[in-house]
Write a protein that binds this ligand. Structure first.
Ligand code: SAM
Length: 236
């Protein structure tokens, strides 16, 4: 948490991706929206700007990120709320559940199943998820995602979506531009912590920094090989 504190977002994605999803799904007006696993609220902010009449809830399990999101989103007033909690336990009803880079914590099929009952009639889920871009996956991709054995290519991801009783409506490939902001900020934060001398007296932080440095280096070595897909899905 110390490593990610103060970074603008905690996973790949851009404001343009959020706007694309809203347009493609036809979400507008007084929509009820959940940002599940919102982190420090980068996409919640874009959702709130793009949907000025919507009621938006952000939920995240990390108290530190929830505090950052609350500070960031205070300017929107009571129509945007941030809650510390488990995104698997949400009530709704929501017209849109947005989930950037967090559904894999629940499992794609398991998470989508858990959210079905929280969707309003006609409601949709938009989530982003790691994918292999080639079959077989490149060495670079395999190494980058070594900690996520459930990863598949896009067709495998679509199978997992359908297994939850949803139909895939559209998919957007998130390429290097979606990663750049996250990686640049993470690298900047590592540099800041090193400069502050935080590393020697905190072994857990030192380990997290080494892991993050390796993640950034692996991505910089082959950015075109590291895929993420933004999937729009509705109950079938
Ligand atoms: C990779 S970060 C993405 C954050 C944000 N969506 C973004 O794109 O910047 C994943 C987030 O999921 C949150 N998370 C993981 N499991 C969760 C759960 N069961 N309930 C709520 N949040 C969870 C983590 O705390 C973390 O903030």
């Amino acid at each position: 948490m110390r490593l990610h504190r103060g970074t603008p977002r905690q996973g790949p994605g851009t404001a343009e991706d959020v706007r694309w999803a809203l347009e493609a799904l036809g979400v507008s007006g007084e929509a009820r929206v959940l940002d599940a696993g919102a982190g420090s609220g980068a996409d919640t902010e874009t959702l709130a700007e793009a949907l000025p009449k919507a009621r938006i809830e952000a939920v995240d399990a990390s108290p530190a990120l929830v505090a950052e999101a609350r500070a960031r989103l205070a300017r929107f007033g009571p129509r945007v709320t941030v809650r510390e909690g488990d995104m698997a336990r949400v009530e709704g009803p929501y017209d849109l559940i947005w989930c950037a880079g967090a559904l894999y914590f629940l499992g794609v099929t398991e998470g989508l199943r858990a959210w079905r009952g929280a969707l309003a009639p006609g409601g949709a889920v938009a989530f982003s998820e790691p994918v292999y871009l080639t079959d077989p996956p490149s060495e670079a991709a395999r190494a980058f995602w070594a900690g996520y054995p459930a990863i598949t290519d896009l067709s495998g991801l679509e199978v997992r979506v359908r297994a939850a009783g949803y139909a895939v409506e559209a998919v957007r490939h998130l390429g290097p531009e979606a990663w750049r902001g996250y990686m640049d900020a993470l690298e900047g934060r590592i540099g800041e912590l090193e400069a502050s001398g935080a590393r020697p007296d905190d072994p857990a932080l030192a380990a997290a920094m080494a892991e993050a440095r390796a993640e950034v280096a692996a991505w910089r070595a082959a950015p075109g090989d590291i895929g993420y897909a933004l999937v729009l899905a509705r109950p079938a």
